[in-house]
Write a protein that binds this ligand. Structure first.
Ligand SMILES: Nc1ncnc2c1ncn2[C@@H]1O[C@H](COP(=O)(O)OP(=O)(O)OP(=O)(O)O)[C@@H](O)[C@H]1O
Length: 582
């Protein structure tokens, strides 16, 4: 538990830790205000029960004299009003503190999920080859909620109510130490025993809840993301079952968690109120004077009224800490992932002479013993067009990812004009690149926003968008057939466009930035022969001063390229230099 508490502390940033300390101070003040409310009822009840006490008790007498009261009725009235004022003020203060606490917790949700997403986005590309995207999404959106609302919020309430219980105990202790010790002992024994009985079950629920939550997200994302395959293979029922299984388990665990963390309340309430009656009877037997018993009973009653729910909330905090431990572990782990220092700047590393892969070895993390390349050499002269072919699985996409600087060679290097590409200059190299992948990702935004991908709407250069769209042979379609031209929304992942149209939007995107190096990974495979020919011709015409690298399955798609290499068995084989001119 101590380890978990330390982890929570490290999840906060230094400024959030300072805020957390302020919250703690407010919470303690809240407990003090509450105690004052309880104390204020005592003189009122004492005088109400036995007005003569005004003159017996020196403190009451001094107050009576100081404010110039003439009869006990007026004094009782004033004491009652003072007590009401204190109780109301303490409630107002509590409400404000509660709001501040809630604000802190909700803004923490924002802060932690934003930092977690940022951590993920700054991981190297390889990280995403081994981690499932929907699990990462679940961590950012759902596990952070679990951490905040099922752990940090109950924990803050635990501290708040802990202070209340402590203040109440001290108050009763001043009045009657033995009773205070008895109350604390009984409450601790009750809650301690219950917690001891359920703690293992709570930890188990926490772990299973997290797995079930992941499976829920996975089933949902896969079914909706691959809706076409789901429809055609009629696998909706299977996905529905997969989702429902995980979702039901998740809900059952949440229900068990709520029950286990709430159920002792009734037992403890029953015990608490029974104890109150026992205390009342004992007091009555001891003094036989109801006037003496009344104030003490008022105090105990009010203290019990405040203490029992507070003790229950404390128990709930401990129980939630147990259940949410698994979520805390994974968020804490991911928040401490090392991130690549992003090199800021605008420099562009455009090749003047060559792009070179030299002695490159690369194996995927999941198959470290099976390198895709070992001792791989390739030289791409600047301002030429180079085609790369190879059978399926030969390593073309891996080669592309190495050239793009997404994958880092384990041995050997990628260099541009003799400069080795490393973490310090990979961003400058990538700024020189326009890339058209095999599967183009289109955002649910307008055509213009998709072509100028990543550029804020108001900073899009519409002339450049149109120029790129013309070169990619999509301009006529956009202005002629789309209802709002470049402003037309193309739907989630471009669902309102054909495969070829999507590819051409992707090509226009690569051309928009006017990058000196263009990579095409099977980028024209969805185009008919005539459009492919026109697109390829247009790209090569447009890019008279560009280095173009094209990956294709069919050699025929590479006829515009000046050099063609075939990748086979981890090595490039120079096939030919074509007559293609740029
Ligand atoms: N993330 C990965 N983890 C492990 N192995 C991988 C991964 N991606 C690809 N591979 C393996 O690396 C080899 C090269 O794959 P790559 O995708 O580069 O081939 P390719 O030539 O582009 O194939 P295709 O033309 O079918 O797209 C294959 O044996 C493949 O199984």
């Amino acid at each position: 538990m101590i380890a978990d508490l330390k982890k929570i502390w490290t999840v906060f940033t230094p400024s959030e830790r300072r805020k957390a300390v302020w919250m703690l101070v407010l919470v303690i003040l809240m407990a003090m205000a509450e105690t004052l409310g309880v104390i204020s009822i005592m003189p009122f009840l004492s005088v109400l029960g036995r007005p003569a006490i005004i003159h017996d008790n020196p403190l009451l007498h001094a107050v009576y004299q100081r404010f110039g009261f003439h009869d006990s009725r007026g004094f009782i009235l004033a004491l009652g009003l003072a007590s009401i004022t204190l109780v109301i003020s303490s409630s107002v203060f509590k409400t404000v503190t509660l709001h501040l606490l809630n604000r802190f917790v909700h803004l923490e949700r924002h802060s932690i999920s934003a930092r977690l997403l940022s951590r993920y986005l700054h991981q190297p590309y390889e990280f995403f080859l081994t981690r499932n995207a929907s699990v990462l999404g679940k961590n950012v959106l759902s596990e952070v909620d679990q951490l905040l609302f099922e752990l940090i919020q109950p924990l803050s309430q635990l501290i708040a109510q802990g202070a209340v219980v402590l203040a109440m105990t001290l108050l009763i202790f001043c009045y009657d130490p033995l009773t205070a010790i008895c109350i604390v002992a009984v409450l601790s024994l009750l809650y301690g025993t219950i917690y001891g009985l359920v703690r293992k079950r709570l930890a188990h629920i926490g772990k299973e809840r997290q797995t079930a939550n992941g499976q829920r997200y996975l089933a949902c994302n896969e079914a909706l993301g691959g809706i076409k395959d789901v429809k055609i293979t009629h696998s909706a029922a299977a996905y529905q079952r997969q989702f429902e299984g995980a979702s039901r388990l998740f809900s059952r665990h949440m229900a068990a968690n709520d029950t286990l963390s709430q159920s002792p309340l009734y037992l403890v309430e029953a015990t608490g109120y029974s104890m109150l009656i026992v205390v009342a009877l004992t007091l009555l037997l001891r003094s036989n004077d109801i006037a003496h018993v009344l104030p003490a009973l008022g105090l105990y009653g009010f203290a019990a009224y405040r203490m029992l729910p507070a003790a229950q909330i404390m128990y709930r905090g401990f129980a939630k800490l147990r259940v949410s431990s698994a979520a805390l572990q994974s968020i804490h782990h991911d928040l401490t992932l090392a991130v690549e220092q992003e090199v800021t700047g605008t420099s562009v590393l455009a090749p003047q002479r060559e792009i070179r892969l030299q002695g490159v070895r690369y194996a995927y993390p999941s198959a470290p013993e099976k390198p895709v390349f070992d001792g791989f050499d390739l030289v791409i002269p600047a301002n030429t067009s180079v085609g790369i072919v190879g059978r399926s699985g030969a390593g073309k996409s891996t080669l592309m990812d190495l050239l793009l600087g997404l994958l880092r060679p384990e041995a050997g290097m990628l260099s541009v004009d003799g400069t080795e590409i490393d973490t310090g200059n990979v961003a400058a190299w990538q700024r020189a690149i326009g890339y058209v992948p095999q599967h183009i990702f289109l955002a649910d935004a307008s055509v213009a926003e998709n072509i100028a991908f990543g550029v804020p709407r108001d900073r899009i250069d519409m002339q450049a968008v149109e120029g790129a769209a013309r070169a990619a042979q999509i301009h006529e379609f956009v202005v002629g057939e789309l209802p709002q031209g470049y402003d037309t929304a193309i739907g989630d992942r471009g669902i309102r466009l054909s495969g070829g149209q999507r590819q051409r939007v992707g090509i226009a995107r690569a051309l928009y930035r006017n990058a000196p190096v263009l990579f095409f990974d099977e980028a024209t495979s969805a185009l008919d022969a005539q459009t492919e020919e026109t697109v390829n011709g247009a790209i090569l015409n447009l890019s008279s001063k560009k280095t173009i690298i094209v990956i294709a399955h069919k050699k025929a798609s590479l006829r515009h390229c000046q050099q063609i290499f075939e990748v086979s068995q981890g090595h490039p084989e120079f096939l030919r230099t074509t007559n293609a001119t740029k």
